[in-house]
Design a protein around this ligand. Structure first.
Ligand SMILES: [Ca+2]
Length: 368
């Protein structure tokens, strides 16, 4: 029992070692009246708790399993108080994707997180390793069919309309299908604003695992190229890209599958099932999607710098990059003057193995 507690504590500490978890202490200037308060009350009065990031997670959750690592990180940040998960959206519509998202949210003791799925044209692609079938057969989930989940665009509008201005961070680790739908949406029962107006008002940052920089062709962008093209040309708030080149050198999952203290974990099962199936994953799975969650909720400055400019997506889904230039003066775009600065991509500053160690610790996080 004691060993279990120590293991549990060490797991929590692994999460809490993230450099972003900073408590800010200020001078209390305690009066005699204050001294009658309990120590706990006085501490609560002077400790400024960091506000959790209001985050919407948008994932294709299937063709690759770094999405599973990403949702584990998402819940680890939520358990630390750093994130408030407003919704988990699917950008993929294979039957079962809503159930898989509900399964992970349930495992992390947040079964009520709203789930949206695309109801119109969307990619329909499941996993080749059969990890989705395996975990759906083993772990509880209240949602069975995609038809039980609402349309993702309508859910985006409903949630954004209810949030304070400029507070929401959207993280996409899949296709841009839903965000294109959102930008094309008009007033409805949730908001009199158009999609672009709603995003401009409510969303302060979009972090996308998308693209390859300075140029290339990447799955999340080319799989629904038209949506990617539209979103990145019209998104009216800041965008931070974690490109293909960031995650490809981060190999995670081996410490997770070899950690005997972790039992009955769908996260571990997915990596345990999938890693042995591909020779390329023998040293761990490349960790594209985890990096997007990490920088969205933990910040990027410890490991990366950013290059400002604007992405250009071609019809075939390949992308190039236009630097912001010395004056930051790209053409006047949808975000207003200097909108070129609204987009940037991560540039590696520290050895990727440092991020790898951090992600390997975070994906071993277990429900509190
Ligand atoms: Ca993905």
């Amino acid at each position: 029992m004691m060993l279990k507690n120590i293991v549990s504590l060490s797991k929590r500490m692994a999460v809490r070692c993230i450099p972003v978890f900073i408590s800010l202490f200020t001078s209390s200037g305690a009066s005699s009246q204050d001294r009658t308060k309990s120590v706990q009350e006085q501490l609560e009065a002077v400790v400024e708790k960091p506000r959790p990031v209001k985050v919407i997670f948008d994932t294709d959750m299937g063709p690759d399993y770094d999405d599973v690592g990403a949702i584990a990180l998402l819940h680890a940040f939520a358990d630390s108080g750093r994130a408030d998960i407003l919704a988990t959206m699917a950008s993929n519509k294979y039957e079962g994707v809503a159930a898989v998202l509900n399964l992970f949210n349930t495992y992390f003791h947040r079964p009520g997180i709203p789930i949206g799925v695309p109801k119109g044209d969307a990619v329909d692609q499941r996993d080749s390793q059969h990890w989705t079938d395996s975990i759906l057969a083993r772990y509880p989930h209240a949602i069975r069919l995609n038809s039980e989940a609402p349309d993702a665009v309508r859910l985006y509008r409903k949630i954004l309309a209810g949030q304070d201005d400029g507070r929401v961070v959207v993280v996409t680790v899949g296709f841009l299908t839903n965000l294109s739908g959102l930008l094309h949406s008009g007033p409805d029962e949730y908001s009199p604003l158009s999609g672009p107006e709603l995003v401009r008002k409510k969303v302060r940052l979009l972090v996308s695992m998308a693209g390859r920089f300075p140029s290339g062709k990447e799955f999340n962008v080319f799989r629904d190229a038209r949506s990617s093209q539209y979103v990145f040309a019209h998104w009216p708030s800041r965008v931070l890209f974690s490109g293909f080149e960031i995650g490809m050198n981060i190999r995670c999952g081996l410490p997770l599958i070899h950690d005997e203290s972790i039992q009955n974990s769908p996260v571990k099962d997915v990596f345990r099932i999938s890693i042995p199936q591909v020779e390329e994953d023998r040293m761990g799975r490349k960790s594209w999607d985890e990096t997007a969650v990490l920088v969205a909720l933990g910040g990027y400055k410890r490991y990366y710098t950013v290059r400002p400019g604007r992405i250009k997506v071609a019809d075939d889904g390949s992308n190039t990059w236009e630097d912001a230039g010395k004056e930051g003066g790209l053409e006047k775009g949808p975000g207003g003057i200097g909108s070129g600065f609204l987009q940037s991509y991560l540039v590696v500053e520290k050895p990727p193995v440092e991020v790898q160690h951090l992600i390997d610790a975070l994906i071993r996080h277990q429900p509190l």
